[in-house]
Every structure is written in structure tokens, then in C-alpha cells.
Design a protein around this ligand. Structure first.
Ligand SMILES: [Fe+2]
Length: 264
């Protein structure tokens, strides 16, 4: 199985950074890059911050851009999203209609079981996992303890070293999350967004990773005294998670036109 991951699309309508970031243009280029892949991924997972403000017109702009994907895709919300607007505009994505305030779901149709967790806190940038969500995760993992499993969540369950983003990280439920996943060596990976750049960290029995943004990237600044959060235009990217004989292999891919390939 081959899964592509993109994240943090931040589609917006108007606003001060629209011209600067050009999120729609960047997403269109990303979609072209994914459609050109051979072999074609079985699925694209999109790990949150689909829009900038969670407004309906933003989702209405996003939808036709994603309709250009030749690959099925799954959505989870990030802190910039509105679950209600996401559900309304993407109403045919039945997995979003969970019957609870949270967009948490399981997809059992593939060689990798996909478990999506909702780490968003209404009207807040930081993330959290309450007892209700963690109980759902605990029950869900217990249903298939041997199935190779991917967990999707917007806020990563680890401290990143980028201080200003850690202030907006998964501020509640992180230790309990670690306790819930601890018995499960079948969790191949925890795929996250939020950080707008690639990172890896061991979390209990598995590895958690973050994905680049499709448009702008968060500046790599590990200065513990940093007081400013900033973004830049390092090349955007996506990740390809390839299921090989030894488990899942993650490839970081850069979006753009570069010289080559040259034969050896
Ligand atoms: Fe984001």
C-alpha cells in the first residue's frame, strides 16, 4: 500500500496573507505532482488546517481544488478548521459524520487500518485530547490489536523544540495518549501536521512524524528564547508512506521543478 500525505493547505478567501502565500496556487501544483506519481498512491491523507479561518467560502474554494486529485483522499481537521463547515461542505465524505462533536473515525478497508483522531479545541490554536476521545481511541485500538495501523492527528504528540509552536502543541492529554498507545506495537506510524515541516520522533512503541505544508513552512528555529513565530517559503513538500516487507517507509518529497534526473 502506498499513502501520500499532505498537510496545512490553509486555503483562504481574502485576508492579509492571501497574495503572499498563494495557498490555492500551491495546492494546485501539489495536486498535479501527486497525480503524476507512478505508482499512483492508493490514498491521500490530509492532516488538517485545510482552511485558514474555517469559513464556508474557504471550504467551497478548497473542494474543487481537491476534486482534481485522481486519488481518493481522507480529511481530518486542524486548529484552523471548523468541524461544522467541513462536514457541511464535504457532506459526501460520510466518515466525517461521526454523530459526536469530534471528527474521529476508522477506515478498515485497506491493508493499513487508518485511525483518525481529533486533537482540535474549539477557538484555540493549541490541541488537546479529552477523556472521551482517548476512550474512543483505546476501544478502537483494542478492536484490532494485530492490524498494521496508522494514526492521523493534526497536533503531534511530542515536543518539537520550536518553542513558539510547542506553546501551541498538544497541551492536554499527551501523557494519557502515550499510555493508551503503549501496548500496541502494530501502530506503524502517527502521521501529523501543524508544524509545516518534516520531523520524526519516537513515541512509545512507534514513530510520530509531521508533514511539510503545501504552501508555507514554519521557520526552523530551535532557539529556546525565541519569542517570534515566523514562516518562510522553503520548498513545499509531501510525504509518501510505502508499505514494504519490513513495515512502513516514509519518503519526504519536495514539490517544484529541479534540474535532473541525470543518468549515472
Ligand atoms: Fe497549519
Amino acid at each position: 500500500m502506498l499513502i501520500a500525505q499532505i498537510s496545512d493547505l490553509h486555503i483562504q478567501e481574502g485576508g492579509k496573507d492571501t497574495e503572499l502565500i498563494q495557498a490555492e496556487h500551491h495546492l494546485a501544483v501539489c495536486v498535479q505532482a501527486l497525480n503524476r506519481l507512478a505508482p499512483r498512491p492508493d490514498m491521500v491523507v490530509i492532516t488538517g488546517d485545510l482552511t485558514e479561518h474555517g469559513r464556508k467560502p474557504e471550504y467551497l474554494r478548497l473542494k474543487p481544488l481537491l476534486a482534481r486529485l485522481d486519488i481518493p483522499y481522507l480529511l481530518i481537521p486542524g486548529n484552523h478548521d471548523s468541524p461544522a463547515m467541513l462536514r457541511e461542505v464535504f457532506h459526501e465524505h460520510s466518515y466525517l459524520q461521526t454523530g459526536t462533536p469530534f471528527i474521529q473515525y476508522v477506515i478498515d478497508d485497506w491493508p493499513l487500518r487508518i485511525v483518525a483522531l481529533d486533537t482540535t479545541v474549539p477557538m484555540r490554536s493549541e490541541g488537546g485530547l479529552c477523556a472521551e476521545r482517548l476512550e474512543w481511541l483505546s476501544n478502537t485500538l483494542a478492536q484490532a490489536p494485530d492490524a498494521p495501523t496508522l494514526i492521523l492527528m493534526h497536533h503531534p504528540p511530542f515536543e518539537t523544540g520550536i518553542r513558539q509552536m510547542d506553546n501551541l502543541g498538544l497541551l492536554s492529554g499527551r501523557e494519557d495518549f502515550a499510555r493508551v498507545i503503549a501496548p500496541y506495537s502494530n501502530i506503524e506510524r502517527i502521521l501529523c501536521g501543524h508544524l509545516h515541516r518534516t520531523m520524526l520522533c519516537r513515541v512509545g512503541p512507534t514513530v510520530a512524524s509531521t508533514c511539510p505544508g503545501t504552501a508555507h513552512q514554519i521557520t526552523l528555529d530551535l532557539d529556546s528564547a525565541a519569542t517570534e513565530l515566523s514562516f518562510n517559503f522553503e520548498p513545499p513538500g509531501y510525504q509518501l508512506h510505502w508499505q514494504g516487507a519490513q513495515g512502513l517507509v516514509t519518503h519526504h518529497a519536495t514539490i517544484g521543478d529541479f534540474p535532473g534526473p541525470y543518468s549515472f
